[in-house]
Design a protein around this ligand. Structure first.
Ligand SMILES: Nc1ncnc2c1ncn2[C@@H]1O[C@H](COP(=O)(O)OP(=O)(O)OP(=O)(O)O)[C@@H](O)[C@H]1O
Length: 352
């Protein structure tokens, strides 16, 4: 059963420089009790997808195409009033990247959690809501006595955990977690991910976990969608993405976190920088950084192709996966590209 189904989502930001295609034809789905990891470098469009789902885009952001179905409704068609009353917190909640921004600075954390609980559960008393907030604090490793503090009295890591408590307070069907553990040390990170996973099992909660860290997703997620330049370039079950990826970008990301695979113990980064998404050209967005790019990669945008069992890849050369995996595990493969881009830069930055 699918809980959220995103189809062909295009979300753009208007800026003085032009139209930023931050999500440019994204399709994804998530089922109850499933954790979907959304990975990719900074700027690939992960947060934009999450904010589109919960309709929290800034004023210059707009969903220009596509659908986001939740149960039988299209979220993109809902009024903001319906979103606030019927969707946010109760059905879908978000743990934002900067947790402190999720809180209102003039109210205590406890009162904010109580308010969310009572807004969505009219027969829950204030005392019951407080008890639930305290229990969540404890489960997330926070001191229950700190619940009457104001947000600014919390450290970044504590605010992040308090935000997780708020996001889970009314047992939403879907939690969007945007880098939920980045401000935390490794031991607390594990504990938080463990707590979230227990709550997921208890309430069948689905989670979309946004991170740039492949090792976090490999441990936590059932399925993984890899984003690059506003598109999902590869998606499959976690094991396939870790062990048998087909997209050169996924292969490159995997090299940057070598502990997740036995193939390579060397840390190799992908040379170059993410693409400019302002009025992007045709062709594969990854071509300028891809050691395997051919002429067609520069000219034609690759269509999604399925390789069995929900493994979808957008790459013209995905059917040569075995060769790609072998070559991508070598440092020279990426080094050549680095040298090439240095040479082209020195002759005026022409990519041809
Ligand atoms: N309010 C905005 N106005 C204009 N451009 C924006 C805005 N917010 C994001 N962008 C641009 O949209 C693209 C996608 O950004 P987004 O934050 O969704 O990526 P991300 O993968 O979540 O990265 P990060 O991990 O850094 O948040 C980037 O090019 C970013 O600069």
């Amino acid at each position: 059963m699918t809980l959220v189904r995103i189809d062909g989502l295009k979300t753009h930001y208007q800026t003085e420089e032009g139209n930023v295609a931050a999500a440019d034809g994204v399709s994804l789905s998530v089922s109850p009790n499933e954790t979907l990891g959304l990975v990719g470098e900074s700027g690939s469009g992960k947060t934009t997808v999450a904010k589109s789902i919960i309709r929290l885009l800034p004023d210059n952001g707009e969903i220009v195409e596509g659908t986001i179905e939740y149960e039988d409704r299209d979220i993109t068609e809902m009024s903001m009033k319906e979103v606030r009353r019927e969707l946010r917190w109760k059905e879908i909640s978000m743990i934002p990247q900067n947790a402190m921004n999720g809180f209102d600075p003039v109210h205590t954390v406890c009162n904010q959690i109580i308010e969310v609980i009572q807004a969505h559960e009219s027969d829950t008393s204030k005392a019951e809501a407080r008890k639930r907030a305290e229990d969540l604090f404890e489960e997330l490793g926070l001191d229950r006595d700190r619940i009457d503090d104001y947000p600014h009295q919390f450290s970044g890591g504590m605010a992040q955990r308090a935000m997780i408590a708020l996001a889970l307070a009314v047992n939403p069907a879907v939690v969007l977690a945007d880098e939920p553990t980045t401000a935390l040390d490794v031991v607390i990170q594990d504990r938080i991910l463990q707590t979230i996973s227990e709550l997921q099992d208890e309430f069948d909660t689905a989670m979309i976990l946004i991170t740039h860290d492949m090792s976090v997703v490999s441990e936590t997620c059932d399925r993984i969608a890899v984003m690059y330049g506003g598109r999902v370039v590869e998606s499959a079950d976690a094991d396939t993405i870790i062990r048998n990826p087909r997209h050169p970008y996924t292969l490159g990301l995997r090299n940057a976190f070598p502990d997740i695979t036995a193939d390579s113990q060397e840390l190799i980064s992908i040379p170059g920088t993410p693409p400019n998404l302002t009025d992007p050209d045709e062709g594969c967005r990854f071509a300028p950084r891809c050691p395997f790019a051919e002429e067609r990669c520069w000219e034609e945008t690759p269509e999604p192709e399925e390789f069995g069992d929900g493994h979808v890849v957008e790459c013209h050369r995905a059917d040569e996966a075995e060769m790609l995996r072998k070559e991508a595990s070598k440092r020279e493969t990426w080094q050549k590209l680095r040298n090439q881009s240095k040479e082209t830069a020195s002759v005026g930055g022409n990519n041809e």
